[in-house]
Design a protein around this ligand. Structure first.
Ligand SMILES: *Cc1c(COP(=O)(O)O)cnc(C)c1O
Length: 364
């Protein structure tokens, strides 16, 4: 048996007629950028979260960057970011001219509140909380620290659509929730797309201006913006994906439960679940001291696993000028050495899940 890490075609097949109807409808409408479909998606996504605003943008990196920028953060400012995240979280900060200050992770792969407190300086403007792998960060403590030190909180929800902390959806705690709709994410487009959700009229206004050449009214360019819009086809496709969010999250949770119940190997550490939170398992992350050997063993058995992520952000070549050294952020560094992501996606056949479990249990 062969097990791919993900097969997007299986998601497409599952909702094929809905996706095809959506795309054809837009093709036939003759309107492709900033139209009714984007407005509908923005309204649906805001309503799903119970927030006032949602602005669709070109991708998740821009969603993060626009949120940072719209909060007035830029050159000379510092933003606290966990070291164990996809590089985009940090790049979004750098793109505004601000400096990402990398800190430690807690055992649930979220930003460590203690690490945040230690990193605060007079230049700190914001905390970036990444709900990595689909599991919420400790939002009670993060919001408390943010309020105490008068810092903004931005949530990177690129992997956590529909995840909840104490019954409340991620993205609704901080000043802004930033989402990616990259095709493999829990809610995916069929191309690039992203969004910023917020209850702030001012922040929403600014994000809308930045995404559209800095203008709210045609040909009146009030700030320096760029072109990064979620197009009508992606909006229509993402509306379909959003409609099935609970179904998709439920399906991945059921696979995760099979892994949690079935994997029994003293060399493989299953993910710790944060109490009072609902994980959506964009990634099912196990830890193994002999990670590379486990990875090779799975490959030999035709199972494709992946590593998220092999190099923590503070040790990435692009941040060498910040002068961080190996050993400085030990938990995040150990995750980079030990983490392995098992296949988990909508449409993954049960016999493949069973085969992954059986193979991992054979690893010696
Ligand atoms: C995917 C991802 C992003 C970036 O999203 P894109 O749409 O690919 O630009 C940012 N942060 C995290 C944690 C992600 O997983």
């Amino acid at each position: 048996m062969k097990v791919e890490f993900t097969v997007l075609g299986r998601l497409y097949t599952k909702y094929q007629s809905e996706y095809e109807e959506a795309v054809l409808r837009i093709l036939r409408s003759g309107w492709y950028i900033l139209g009714n479909e984007l407005t509908k998606f923005e309204n649906d996504f805001a309503a799903y979260h119970g927030v006032k605003h949602c602005a669709g943008v070109g991708n998740g990196l821009d969603a993060l960057c626009f949120a940072v920028s719209a909060l007035g953060i830029g050159p000379g400012d510092e933003v606290i970011v966990q070291a164990n995240t996809y590089i985009a979280t940090a790049l979004a900060v750098s793109e505004t001219g601000a400096i990402p200050v990398f800190v430690e992770a807690d055992k649930f792969f979220g930003i460590d509140p203690e690490g945040i407190e230690k990193a605060i300086t007079e230049k700190t403007k914001s905390i970036m909380a990444v709900h990595l792998y689909g599991q919420p960060c400790n939002m009670d403590q993060i919001m408390e620290i943010g309020n105490k030190h008068n810092l903004h909180v931005i949530e990177d929800c690129a992997q956590a659509h529909g995840a909840k902390y104490k019954g409340k959806l991620v993205g609704t705690f901080g000043d802004a929730g930033c989402f990616s709709f990259y095709p493999t994410k829990p809610v995916g487009a069929m191309g690039d797309a992203g969004a910023v959700i917020t209850n702030s009229n001012e922040l929403d206004d600014k994000v809308r201006m930045i995404r559209n050449y800095g203008s709210k009214v045609k040909y009146k360019h009030e700030i320096i913006g760029i072109n990064s819009r979620m197009d009508e086809i992606q909006a229509a496709v993402t509306c379909v994906a959003l409609k099935h969010i609970e179904e998709g999250n439920g399906e991945r949770r059921a696979i995760a439960q099979k892994y949690l119940d079935g994997i029994k190997n003293p060399k493989v550490v299953l993910p710790d679940l944060r109490p009072d939170s609902e994980h959506v398992y964009h990634v099912f992350a196990v830890l193994c001291e002999e990670r590379d050997r486990l990875h090779d063993f799975l490959e030999e058995n035709n199972i494709h696993a992946q590593i998220h992520y092999p190099i923590p952000c503070h040790l990435a070549g692009c941040y060498s000028s910040l002068g961080s050294k190996s050993g400085k952020i030990p938990t995040a560094e150990s995750f980079a050495k030990q983490e392995l992501s098992l296949p988990i996606y909508v449409g993954m056949p049960e016999d493949e899940v069973d085969y992954v479990i059986e193979t991992i249990n054979r690893f010696k």
